[in-house]
Design a protein around this ligand. Structure first.
Ligand code: SF4
Length: 446
């Protein structure tokens, strides 16, 4: 087994490498969930490098469009590798490029395999090809989460502001309505939409009955996108402030930690009708609950919803159970206006601020403490490290076992007899994206 930084780990507790890294880098606290509840927050499985958009902050490399899709047997193998590294309960992001450019049959096979190993699947898409028919088939195959990336960096035609994109967000929510799939929204935060963050949070909060999780990913200089480093306006502190403004309540981003605090800041809101409150205002109780959860087997935890998990905790630790029930009573009291006016239902929405690093400014401590990995042929790698070294992983030859022995596959040439690396050929003009496309357009100007 490899640690996030690539060292060999020989222990048996799959949480130990991440837990040790967080301890080593001063990030272990009573609030820390990474390395305690799960060995890893999530692992990305890039199934294609193709995309039907050209985002101004795309993390793919300039050569991505030259890469063939990774064959299904190799992907199934990688899912097995994820399972042997991190075990059941791990969340696998089926991503790309845009994964919906693969056949629905391939996507179904991936979801089924992930489910059969007791892990969770999340389809990471811009939503363009995620039709109702596709989502119905994937839900039946066991897809757990649909993460929709919609924002101004995608430069979709006809949308000048984030508020203009709300109709599209509503359309996508409708496509998944009634299916047993959680809906997540990803938003890249950059100079062009930073001022609209409070409005975006208001929109997500108003739709909290349908949306389970929102993630704000801060602009980073990595990949082929035409935009580069963010200016000093966008910081973790300023993004958290804007989220609080939009939620209209005080939010604690330190009650629960997910990995390194310079990478991830997490909070959560509860809403009922127009009433909103924070479920994370009692840090001591939360720390005690995390400690108690740490003692419950990951597979058992993964199979229980929040209510049944709390019941299980209360049975094992009645005093903690009573404290949790009293706290839940306080939440309901704060939500009473919305509960009385509405249908009495409470919705929880997780909020994450994710601070990707510039590819030339990787911080070793953060990379070693990474909770967001990519599975490569050689093992899991921190997403930031992977982004900084993309082509060396995407185009690396992969040894594939066959009935007759073994063969080799690489993303540029497909299957071949030996492991030789192909030479990078220049892409035709029409397949250029990002910075290369912008440079080519500039060169063609009279
Ligand atoms: S992907 Fe980068 S920013 Fe995110 S947790 Fe890993 S090292 Fe930190």
């Amino acid at each position: 087994m490899l640690s996030p930084a690539g060292e060999i780990f020989t222990g048996t507790d799959q949480r130990a490498p991440l837990r040790d890294a967080l301890i080593r880098h001063g990030q272990m606290s009573a609030a820390q969930t990474a390395g305690r509840l799960l060995p890893m927050a999530c692992v990305s499985l890039e199934i294609t490098q193709r995309c039907n958009l050209d985002c101004s902050l795309c993390y793919l490399s300039s050569r991505a469009e030259a890469a063939r899709d990774v064959p299904l047997p190799i992907l199934l193998d990688r899912i097995g590798m994820i399972h042997s590294h991190y075990g059941p309960g791990t969340s696998i992001q089926i991503s790309g490029g845009d994964p919906t450019l693969r056949s629905v049959g391939d996507l179904e096979a991936l979801c089924r395999h992930i489910k059969s190993l007791g892990m969770r699947s999340c389809l990471m898409t811009n939503g363009i090809r995620a039709t109702r028919a596709m989502l119905e088939r994937l839900a039946a195959a066991g897809l757990n989460d649909l993460a929709l990336h919609v924002d101004l960096t995608q430069e979709r035609k006809g949308y000048a502001t984030e508020a203009d994109l709300h109709d599209l967000r509503r359309t996508y929510i409708e496509r998944a309505r009634g299916l047993d799939i959680r809906i997540l929204f990803n938003t890249t935060v950059f100079d062009g939409n930073f001022h609209e963050l409070p409005e975006l949070v208001r929109f997500f909060r108003q739709n909290a009955a349908d949306i389970d999780f929102i993630s704000f990913q801060m602009q980073a200089d990595t990949g082929r996108g035409v935009l580069r480093e963010r200016d000093g306006t966008i910081t973790q502190a300023s993004v958290m402030r804007a989220i609080r403004d939009g939620a209209g309540i005080e939010l604690d981003f330190d009650a629960i930690s997910v990995g390194h605090s310079d990478c991830n800041r997490y909070t959560s809101v509860l809403s009922a009708g127009s009433a909103t409150t924070s479920p994370l205002s009692n840090r001591r109780l939360i720390a005690d609950v995390v400690s108690a959860l740490e003692k419950i087997d990951a597979r058992e935890r993964g199979n229980l919803d929040a209510g049944r998990l709390l019941m299980r905790l209360a049975l094992r630790n009645p005093v903690l159970g009573l404290r949790a029930i009293a706290e839940a009573g306080r939440w309901l009291w704060r939500l009473r206006g919305g509960l009385l006016a509405g249908r009495g239902r409470v919705h929880r929405m997780g909020i994450l601020v994710h601070n990707f690093m510039d590819e030339t400014k990787l911080d070793r401590a953060r990379c070693e403490s990474c909770v967001f990995m990519v599975m490569t042929a050689g093992g899991p790698l921190s997403m930031c490290v992977h982004n900084a070294q993309r082509d060396s992983h995407i185009f690396a030859p992969v040894r594939v076992k066959t009935a007759e022995g073994a063969t080799w596959w690489n993303a540029e040439t497909g299957f071949r007899d030996g492991p030789s690396k192909p030479e990078a050929k220049p892409l035709p003009l029409k397949r250029l994206k990002g910075r290369q496309r912008a440079e080519a357009a500039l060169a063609r100007r009279p």
